[in-house]
Write a protein that binds this ligand. Structure first.
Ligand code: PLP
Length: 442
């Protein structure tokens, strides 16, 4: 290997990359060290321990700007989906760039307000089960839009707003009955799913809503699912929404906003050499087409596509073991730290943090955690360069739905999270202690 830097696989964006050894941390035969921005990951692992979430601030910023730029020809606001990664420092970073937020609980709203109180007017509130307490908090904060998902919710919102002597700005989340190719657990746009109201019932509901003094009809909202890599279904859904907007305007409603939801997928398995900028441009084009001439303000709720590739989970190999012919790398991260492989059979690229020139033949291994579940794995029958016990591995594309879905199963404290920006490193969440976990208990 003669190059100074090397991507772990073709087409990967540059936030996580191998650099040549400079300061002789390496043993003989090893030559490449995996970095986040300018920081070598072995240094972080040594200082903060493993498992460890590492995020690249520059990559989050860059992806937000790329996303925003792709929609420059349409009046729009990006409302980052907080559930993908709700760390306060990440919210603050995005808020500083003018980003809005999509929240799905009162807790997420509190996080946004804690990160930047002024961001409230760029908040949309989604979710099928909003409680009165959550609605009241959002009304007091003065959010931009409630995405209402049922008739019952409409009347509860009307009642809450009336009590507070205010008006609730709302969109109905319509279910367009559009199929999108993704994992069944994260597909949401079919009539069999619990989300939204059937699009054919929407007109009648809007008529009812406009009769309530404490409600202000402001938009139409749609979200068909997550990790969708073909942009056609987004266009299809939006074409149905555009048709509804025309009908609603003919009925006399003021429709300022179309909220197109989130869901743009990322390439976990084979990153596209043309990269994110092409994907998001295609996405913008698919959405722009049905909006032509409509004169609406577009709201977008990306989560995964902003933060997914900007994070990695660093873990170390505790044991190597072989059961008959099968080889396992038992690592110190587990399904409680990152559940995507167990929950969705998700694929995550895994790479050794130190790479050698004469590492020998790749071997077929299962990368598994220590939790007492056979579902506790990160990869099965994966070809990896041979690594020894105590070696570090990086699980890539862990920035979205990684820490956000982490739990304390098996009384495992959740990992430290650090944010890297160029050469600087900041702990943005300290590792939990077992005493933190026991504190609320009697
Ligand atoms: C989960 C969710 C999103 C974000 O989805 P991504 O796939 O992370 O972009 C946006 N809007 C709503 C309503 C959601 O439930």
């Amino acid at each position: 290997m003669t190059r100074r830097s090397q991507s772990p696989s073709p087409g990967r964006p540059p936030g996580f990359i191998y650099h040549k050894n400079r300061r002789g941390i390496l043993r003989r035969g090893q030559s490449l060290i995996f970095h986040c921005d300018d920081v070598p990951l072995p240094k972080l692992a040594e200082k903060y321990g493993t498992p460890l979430y590492v995020y690249s601030a520059s990559m989050i910023r860059e992806r937000y700007v790329t996303f925003d730029d792709a929609f420059r020809e349409i009046p729009h606001t990006i409302c980052y989906s907080v559930k993908a990664n709700s760390n306060l420092s990440i919210l603050r970073l995005l808020a500083r760039h003018g980003c809005g937020f999509d929240v799905v609980s009162g807790g997420e709203l509190e996080r946004v307000l804690a990160a930047d109180r002024k961001a409230a007017r760029r908040v949309v509130f989604s979710g099928v089960g909003k409680t009165r307490e959550e609605m009241n908090a959002a009304l007091k904060a003065g959010i931009l839009l409630f995405n209402v998902e049922s008739e019952s919710e409409l009347w509860v919102l009307a009642e809450c707003a009336a009590r507070l002597r205010t008006q609730a700005p709302l969109a109905l989340r319509v279910n367009p009955d559009v199929a999108a190719e993704t994992h069944p657990y994260i597909s949401t746009g079919l009539h069999k799913h619990k989300f939204g109201v059937p699009i054919r019932n929407a007109r009648a509901l809007y008529a009812q809503a406009s009769g309530a003094k404490s409600l202000r009809v402001a938009g139409v909202s749609v979200h068909i699912g997550s990790q969708i890599t073909d942009v056609a279904p987004f266009g299809e859904a939006l074409a149905r929404v555009a048709e509804l907007v025309r009908d609603l305007r003919a009925d006399g409603h003021t429709i300022e906003y179309i909220d197109a939801g989130g869901g743009l997928g990322i390439a976990y398995e084979k990153p596209d050499p043309n990269g994110f900028s092409k994907d998001v441009t295609d996405y913008a084009r698919a959405l722009a087409e049905p909006l032509r001439g409509l004169g609406v303000h577009l709201l977008l709720e990306p989560g995964r596509s902003i933060v997914g590739p900007a994070g990695a989970l660093i873990t170390s190999v505790v044991y190597r073991k072989a059961n008959d012919g099968k080889r396992f790398l038992v690592v110190d991260a587990a399904m409680n730290d990152m559940i995507r492989p167990a929950l969705y059979s998700a694929y995550h690229e895994i790479v050794p943090v130190l790479l050698g020139e004469n590492d020998g033949k790749p071997e077929l291994v299962d990368v598994v955690g220590p939790v007492c579940e056979s579902g506790d794995f990160f990869a099965r029958d994966r070809e990896l360069p041979p690594v020894e016990e105590a070696a570090l591995l990086a699980i890539l594309d862990a920035g979205a739905y990684g820490m956000a879905l982490a739990s304390n199963y098996n009384t495992r404290p959740r990992p430290t999270e650090v944010m890297v920006s160029g050469k600087s490193v900041k702990v943005i969440r300290r590792r939990e202690r077992v005493s933190d976990l026991m504190r609320p208990e009697v």
